[in-house]
Design a protein around this ligand. Structure first.
Ligand code: DAT
Ligand code: MG
Length: 135
């Protein structure tokens, strides 16, 4: 078995408002991953500007900021074999209309902007994001 890998996962404000926290965590656990740290947080603009720096020049960036500050998020460290790629598969595609049924976004997201869950897209970003959110 390959070494356990860590990824950073965040349940976004719509996930919490809609009461889907248990459902989403359950899918991650059923896949065989473990939640090894978790905390509820209200994000501020400074942290979001770093976290979403790759989208800073997009027209929808202000909407991301206001959505991500509209309620608390649940930040988590998730561990298991191939956890970075594995969680991305459970999440489904970024674009609302491309997220397949059976994935978290495919089953629950109501738009591309409000899409339930964040998961790191590479081991390097996972490490940086875990540091960013858990210190
Ligand atoms: P992902 O969250 O799948 O890693 P990303 O890092 O490209 O995708 O974008 C971060 C978030 O920004 C995404 O979860 C939702 C929002 N977003 C991305 N593209 C968007 C678009 N075309 N319209 C509205 N929101 C978008
Ligand atoms: Mg991303």
């Amino acid at each position: 078995m390959a070494a356990a890998e860590k990824t950073f996962v965040m349940l976004k404000p719509d996930c919490i408002k809609r009461g889907l926290v248990g459902e989403v965590i359950s899918r991650i656990e059923r896949k065989g991953y473990r939640i090894t740290n978790a905390k509820m947080m209200w994000l501020d603009e400074d942290l979001l500007r770093v976290h979403y720096a790759h989208l800073a020049d997009k027209p929808f960036f202000p909407e991301i900021l206001s959505y991500m500050m509209s309620g608390p998020v649940l930040a988590m460290i998730v561990e298991g074999e191939n956890a970075v790629t594995g969680v991305r598969i459970l999440m489904g595609a970024t674009k609302f209309e491309e997220a397949a049924a059976g994935t978290i976004r495919g089953d629950f997201a109501m738009s591309t902007g409000e899409n339930i869950i964040h998961g790191s897209d590479s081991p390097e970003n996972a490490e940086a994001e875990i540091k960013r959110f858990f210190g």
